[in-house]
Design a protein around this ligand. Structure first.
Ligand SMILES: [Zn+2]
Length: 290
């Protein structure tokens, strides 16, 4: 059932061996490692109406494959969060019995972005779910869930992919992977894809740092920060950390910058002024290294 998904072999075994599924699951693990894909395949299996699930040929399977199975629903964040109204709509829908399958399945993707009131509304369904319903919450931040929600779901933990599995994934898709960046992919296909579209930025950054002696301070800061934005700053800071360790082998001064980079990473979590953080970081890097 999960043959085409790379990685998470333990999860494959667990999910494949379930013969009587529960009403609620919570799929937890880093972003970009395939949790949603697993949830979808699991739903496909349990919407099938034949004995040999998923058969691929029954009406429910055919509808699922053409994105037309009415008993399959995905709820996702709108403007960054899943709001109580979305859960209320879902509750209205949940009591209508399934027609095409024996089950009705809901995936709440990025469920860790549910507001507290959305989670409280969801709790009512989790406390007394209709017999036919299956809800799969997919999320990366376990702390964001209320304990009352977690205690009513079966938890499935996902692991980051190994370097070998990452390579396998890209090979299967006929894509190449830049080995130079393997460390910052952190076992996440999603992250690898995001970064491989921006390799130029990372290479330029490395080039500037290598050439630091030939640049004046203003030039250095300007070139290093020009492509940094709120979407890539965290990945870039983590890459800088790796670079500092690498360059630090020949010049200890680079190692002095590491604690500063870690501070900047922390600041980024609190929606700080990103430009100020990156300007300061590269200014201090220049002073520390030269
Ligand atoms: Zn089927």
């Amino acid at each position: 059932m999960f043959e085409n998904i790379v990685g998470n072999n333990k999860v494959k075994t667990i999910l494949s061996n379930i013969s009587n599924p529960s009403h609620a699951y919570i799929f937890l693990g880093s972003e970009g490692i395939g949790k949603f894909l697993f949830a979808k395949k699991f739903a496909y299996k349990w919407l099938c109406t034949s004995n040999n699930r998923p058969c691929g040929v029954c009406k429910a399977c055919i509808q699922f494959k053409s994105n037309n199975n009415m008993e399959f629903n995905v709820i996702e964040p709108l403007d960054g969060s899943i709001k109580v109204d979305q859960i209320r709509n879902f509750i209205k829908n949940v009591y209508e019995k399934p027609v095409e399958s024996y089950k009705k399945i809901y995936i709440i993707n990025d469920a860790d972005k549910m507001t507290d009131s959305a989670q409280n509304a969801l709790l009512k369904i989790l406390e007394e779910p209709p017999l036919y319903v299956m809800i799969i919450l997919v999320g990366s931040n376990e702390q964001a869930f209320l304990n009352t929600i977690k205690s009513r779901c079966i938890k499935i933990n996902f692991q980051e992919l190994s370097i070998k599995e990452l390579k396998q994934y890209f090979e299967n898709n006929g894509e190449t992977i830049n080995e130079k960046f393997l460390d910052i992919y952190q076992g996440s296909i999603g992250r690898a894809k995001k970064i491989s579209g921006q390799e130029g930025i990372y290479l330029e950054l490395e080039e500037c740092i290598l050439n630091i002696k030939n640049l004046n301070k203003v030039e250095f800061v300007k070139r290093c920060t020009k492509d940094i934005n709120k979407d890539n700053i965290k990945d870039i800071l983590e890459y800088l950390n790796i670079l500092m360790f690498k360059f630090g082998k020949d010049n200890l001064k680079y190692l002095e910058v590491i604690s500063e980079i870690n501070d900047a990473i922390k600041q980024c979590r609190f929606n700080c002024n990103m430009e100020m953080v990156s300007d300061n970081l590269f200014l201090n890097m220049y002073d520390a290294v030269l």
